[in-house]
Design a protein around this ligand. Structure first.
Ligand SMILES: [Zn+2]
Length: 268
């Protein structure tokens, strides 16, 4: 089998089966449980890492390994979520967050919820992990990918008018095409699917972060402004997902046309 995704980074089929919407509902149920559990654990404005790991493990429908790790480049990022790798295979996931090793600040809870949403979303959607492995196998994680992902796909967008927005989207389209230039159709499709999956996960994670931030605010917590960011609006994720869809369809159409022509030439 190509791209086997092992049981450490996915839920059993019985748990994850259902439509995309069902799986998203299930993801939300887990994050809701974690949020409620952690709200009770806040003491002197802090939450213990021990409690975060225990509450999270308790909320998962099946035993999985999610480890909290101290965020290294905290001046650049607020949090991160990644696979834990051992001998070339994934054995779990880590959530990187600003911590002194023992506790996180209560204000960082929405950031944790953002990263946890990625982690749980991944467990419910093994195809994300399958795509990641496919990208690795085909050596598609290169500097061109990083540049396009960081500077175009995951770039915060500033525009005032609709025409400025259209202009911006066209610019991003060009940049995506530059990223894919020189690759085979198969490599392009893999790259597009992975980028799409990453943006889809960001939509959910930003939604989750803003929702829990709002809940905390209603309870009287003072939080940094950027935790209420409407991700879709700030990064134009939906528009970029649509862009990737269109570019992907175009590539497939052109490939079909090529095959049809080759076939016709053979038969002539
Ligand atoms: Zn994220």
């Amino acid at each position: 089998m190509i791209n086997p995704v092992n049981q450490f980074v996915k839920f059993s089929y019985d748990i994850s089966k259902g439509s995309m919407a069902t799986r998203y509902e299930k993801t939300k149920n887990v994050t809701d449980k974690v949020y409620d559990g952690l709200l009770d654990k806040i003491q002197d404005g802090k939450i213990r890492i021990k409690d975060i790991e225990a509450v999270t493990a308790d909320a998962l429908p099946e035993k999985k390994y999610i480890k909290i790790v101290r965020l290294k480049n905290s001046d650049e990022y607020e949090g991160g979520c990644d696979y834990i790798e051992k001998r070339g295979d994934y054995i779990g996931q880590e959530i990187d967050i600003a911590t002194n090793g023992k506790t996180i600040k209560a204000e960082a809870l929405p950031t944790y919820m953002h990263e946890l949403t990625h982690a749980v979303d991944t467990l419910y959607n093994p195809k994300y992990t399958a795509k990641t492995k496919e990208m690795e196998r085909k050596n598609l994680y290169d500097r061109k990918f990083d540049r396009c992902y960081d500077n175009s796909l995951y770039a915060e967008e500033k525009y005032k008018t609709e025409s400025e927005k259209t202009e911006l989207i066209n610019k991003r389209k060009k940049e995506i095409k530059q990223w894919l230039a020189g690759r085979t159709a198969d490599e392009k499709i893999t790259s597009i699917q992975l980028a799409k999956a990453m943006l889809e996960s960001e939509v959910k994670a930003y939604h989750s972060e803003a929702m829990y931030a709002k809940k905390m605010q209603e309870k009287g917590f003072k939080l940094p402004e950027d935790q209420y960011v409407d991700g879709e609006k700030a990064f134009l994720f939906k528009e970029k997902i649509q862009l990737l869809n269109d570019i992907g369809k175009d590539i497939i159409r052109r490939e079909r046309c090529k095959h049809a022509k080759a076939l016709a030439a053979k038969q002539a």
